[in-house]
Design a protein around this ligand. Structure first.
Ligand code: FES
Ligand code: FES
Length: 191
C-alpha cells in the first residue's frame, strides 16, 4: 500500500513518519514509544486512547495518521515528570482517582482539553466532558473530584499548561502513579 509522509509535533518535538495510507494515529504512537495512549475498544467508544490534536481531544484509535499532518499532538508522556507532576496528574494521585489505571491517560488528556477551554467547570460540565471516557473501576466520583481540584490548581498556577518545569521526551520521564514508591510511571503512563 502506498506510504504517506507526515510531519507533526509530538509533545513539543518535531516528528516525521512514513506509514501506510491506512495507518491510524494510535498504532503509530504506540509503535514509536508513546504507549501512554491505551488500546481499549479500537472503535472510538471507550476513550482510553484519547490524545490532544491542536488542543482538541481525539480518540486516536479512529484518527487517521494523515489527519495529524502539520498538527501539534500531545500525549500523556508530555505532561509532568516524576518530580514535577502536572496539576491534573497530582490531583488524580491525591484523590486516589485511579485503580487499574488503564483509562487514566485518556481521562487526563480529556480533562486537560476541558480545563484549557473551561478553567472553572461545574461538576456537571466535567461529567459531560468525560462522558465518552469509560472507567470500569472507580465509579467516576473520585475522577470528577480530581478534575475539579485540578482546575483549581491550574487556576492558581496559570503558567502550567503542558507539564511541569520540563516537558518529558518521547517516552516520558516516569513518576508516581499511586501504586507505591517503586513504580516509575506517571499517572496514566502505564503500558
Ligand atoms: S481504544 Fe480508542 S476509543 Fe477505545
Ligand atoms: S481505573 Fe481501571 S478502568 Fe479506570
Amino acid at each position: 500500500m502506498t506510504d504517506i509522509h507526515i510531519d507533526c509535533s509530538i509533545n513539543g518535538q518535531k516528528r516525521s513518519f512514513d506509514a501506510p495510507r491506512s495507518a491510524l494515529l494510535l498504532d503509530v504512537l504506540r509503535e514509536h514509544g508513546y504507549t501512554g495512549a491505551k488500546r481499549g475498544c479500537d472503535t472510538g467508544a471507550c476513550g482510553f486512547c484519547t490524545v490532544q490534536v491542536d488542543g482538541e481531544p481525539v480518540t486516536s484509535c479512529v484518527t487517521p495518521l494523515a489527519a495529524v499532518d502539520g498538527t501539534t499532538v500531545e500525549t500523556i508522556e508530555g505532561l509532568g515528570s516524576q518530580d514535577d507532576l502536572h496539576p491534573i496528574q497530582a490531583a488524580f494521585v491525591e484523590h486516589s482517582a485511579l485503580q487499574c489505571g488503564f483509562c487514566i491517560p485518556g481521562m487526563i488528556m480529556r480533562s486537560k482539553a476541558l480545563l484549557e477551554t473551561n478553567p472553572e467547570p461545574t461538576e456537571a460540565e466535567v461529567r459531560e466532558a468525560l462522558a465518552d471516557n469509560l472507567c470500569r473501576c472507580t465509579g467516576y466520583k473520585k475522577i470528577v473530584e480530581a478534575v475539579l481540584d485540578a482546575g483549581e490548581r491550574m487556576r492558581s498556577s496559570p503558567a502550567v499548561t503542558d507539564g511541569g518545569s520540563e516537558v518529558a521526551g518521547e517516552r516520558g520521564a516516569g513518576g508516581p502513579c499511586g501504586r507505591g514508591r517503586s513504580c516509575r510511571h506517571s499517572p496514566g503512563e502505564r503500558e
